[in-house]
Design a protein around this ligand. Structure first.
Ligand SMILES: Nc1ncnc2c1ncn2[C@@H]1O[C@H](COP(=O)(O)OP(=O)(O)OP(=O)(O)O)[C@@H](O)[C@H]1O
Ligand SMILES: O=P(O)(O)OC[C@H]1O[C@H](OP(=O)(O)OP(=O)(O)O)[C@H](O)[C@@H]1O
Ligand SMILES: [Mg+2]
Length: 282
């Protein structure tokens, strides 16, 4: 049985559960459940604090886990990223009252408040800057107003929390994060159960990013049409009953579907349809 760690709370929890559900796995029915078995798929899910997931996976007791890249790095645990999942995207940045600092080099002798002590201490050390780090559990933006620190380092997505606190980011982003799948560093990457789990999640990612496009076009226009819709491998081309026409089928990125439909129409393609992909194995 594959043992998988899933975030039980916070920004990662909802989207992780949705993705696992879309991948065909049974998920917990209520948020108090800490562990469920999905006997059909032979997996067991452990709902754990997002911050703790890298530690469990590094211990080898759980095979894989879903967490944030920033949380993995912050933990310092012996685990590695094996698949980015495209949700809970954020950047990790320094922020302060306008005019306080322009870059990490200005932090010498100052105090930085953060919930991500591991990332911040590592970044300061890499930059050769000697500053103090104060650990806070959350709502870090308030630390400056209340005089606990002059600078914070925190997750930024829309920037609303910073604006509301009258703060501005400064310096280069410390890191970019998103939800990821992790496993213990050096664990057997070919393990069939792990590979199957990753293929299912990759299938969800593809189904979310691509649509299926079908259209008819004249044989003379086929090369131009195929250049617009190269598909992942190569498009399927089938003869139509009407001589001189073919039907083409290819996956295209969902974001580009409307532009591609316009371009296909312009070269004479007709009956252009797009349909959603519900599941996929590449
Ligand atoms: N507003 C946000 N937008 C996108 N990702 C976020 C946001 N806030 C946190 N994250 C990401 O979620 C992960 C942190 O999850 P965690 O559950 O510890 O914190 P949280 O979502 O802030 O929840 P809480 O603060 O309620 O405990 C990190 O990977 C972080 O980058
Ligand atoms: O740039 P934004 O879109 O505003 O998002 C970033 C904010 O979201 C998270 O806070 P959360 O609500 O989880 O509270 P916390 O600070 O207590 O973790 C994070 O810690 C930032 O404060
Ligand atoms: Mg938070």
């Amino acid at each position: 049985m594959l043992r998988i760690a899933v975030p039980n709370k916070g920004s990662l929890s909802g989207p992780a559960g949705e993705m696992l559900h879309e991948a065909g796995y049974q998920q917990r029915r209520e948020s108090k459940e800490l562990r469920i078995v999905d006997p059909v798929n032979e997996v067991e899910f452990f709902y754990l604090r997002p911050r703790d997931i890298a530690i469990y996976v590094a211990s080898g007791r759980l095979d894989v886990g879903i967490t944030g890249r920033d949380l993995l790095i912050d933990s310092g645990a012996d685990a590695e990223e094996i698949l980015p999942l495209g949700f809970a995207r954020s950047t990790f940045r320094f922020a302060a009252k306008p005019g306080t600092a322009n870059g990490v080099e200005d932090l010498k002798g100052r105090t930085v408040a953060t919930s991500y002590e591991g990332i911040v201490a590592g970044h300061l050390a890499d930059s050769g800057v000697d500053a103090s780090v104060v650990h806070l559990d959350g709502a870090v933006e308030t630390a400056i107003e209340l005089g606990v620190a002059e600078v914070i380092a925190d997750v930024v997505e829309t920037g609303t929390s910073l604006r509301n606190a009258g703060l501005e980011v400064f310096g280069e982003p410390i890191m970019k994060s998103e939800a990821i799948v992790i496993r213990r560093t050096g664990a057997d990457g070919e393990e069939p159960k792990v590979q199957q789990f990753l293929r299912r999640l990759q299938g969800v990612l593809v189904a979310r990013t691509y649509v299926m496009m079908d259209y008819d076009c004249r044989v003379e226009q086929l090369e131009k049409a195929v250049a617009l819709t190269p598909g992942l491998e190569s498009p399927t081309v089938s003869p139509l009953h009407n001589e001189g026409w073919v039907a083409v089928r290819a996956m295209v990125p969902a974001k580009e579907a409307q532009r591609i439909m316009d371009d296909l129409y312009a070269i004479g393609a007709r009956a252009i349809l797009t349909t959603a992909i519900h599941a996929c194995r590449l």
